[in-house]
Ligand binder design. Sequence first.
Ligand code: RNT
Ligand code: ZN
Length: 421
Amino acid sequence: MKGELRVGNYKDAELKYAKQGIDTENALKKLGDKPISINCWQGDDVAGFDSPENDVVDGLRATGNYPGKARNFAELTADFDKACELIPGKKRLNLHASYAVFEPGERVSRDRIEYRHFAPWAGYAKKRGIGLDFNPTCFGHSNVRDGLTLSSPDQHIQQFWIGHCIQSRRIADAIGRELSDVVLCNVWIPDGFKDIPADRIGPRLRLKSALDRIFEQPLENVVDCVESKLFGVGLESCTVGSLEFYLGYASRRKGVYCLLDNGHFHPTETVSDKISSLLCFFDKLPLHITRPVRWDSDHVPLFDDETRDICKEIVRCGALDKALIGLDFFDASINRIAAWVLGTRSVHKSLLYALLQPDDKLVELQDAGDFTQKLVRMEEMKTLPFGDVWNEYCARNNVPYDGEWMSEIVKYEQNVLRKRG
Ligand code: RNT
Ligand code: ZN
């Protein structure tokens, strides 16, 4: 009965959108083809498996103490499976190098890790038919010296992190080969200064030469990118890997792209405005979608204005294939699986919303200088029956509707999470 009602609603919504010149079937199809790379680190508060080294506190910390966090490969994959049952659409899983799966008793330094430590992940992804992405983990480690990694003046430290990034790229390449896929490999480093640095160019020149060594070897199954940042906790005065630095680097180095994380800018700047600028110069645009609350807080993404605006820009620019959408959030104060589901569903929802806009008509109005009608039309799109199209998407993907998935997680929390030590 419920189902029939929803089908009726969709037919009605389809007609209403068609009246605006929008093809809902086309939107549903495009959304179904677009993978979203889900961050593994929401599942365990960015802890990883290679502790105790990663107990070092260096700015990237989840806050909260919700019970039941995953402690190992078996728990993390079980939790991710649960989340995937409740998330529609194509998925990728975004890994960090700190999630190496070691044999019992084995410990391997981060500059020595190899593909075999990630073979279980590749096997897992293969079985489920999902892609993987990969990141070197240049934080949460005692070799982050005076806040620096690749830009450290200590050659031993710098070399350690160069070695780690080189190994990470090789692992990404091997994963790609194993899955017959291309793997995004993103370098983010925490390097920066809490207080006014006496030398800004020294660290930046050292970072530049470190990157040159890291990217020396072209790898077939890897798309490389570098993630900029404006500030961080403990890095209030200077971040070595700034936007200008990486834009300059990526524009001169073929095959290296700039990743934009929407928590990494001044609060009055928006990534939605930056997307089209980068697309004028790059054929790929990796993204980290997050929700910065007053700062780079990495809250769970919602169906909010900026998430929708980022998705609208991707669609309007015809960049669904060029934008490599990844998620980056870690909230330890709420059920971690619910966070995965809510965050990923919100981004899917925002993409669907973006695919249901009368973009051609709006461009026509803008180019004709009719800003009044453009604004009115944009605003009135908000009251179309979007929820019915979203429900249809969930139904076709065999996942619960909004309002019906949380009970699954409550059950899993009782039966599984609460039983963890
Ligand atoms: C940190 C960056 C980075 C990390 C993840 C864990 O500010 O956003 O992307 O959040 O790699
Ligand atoms: Zn990020």
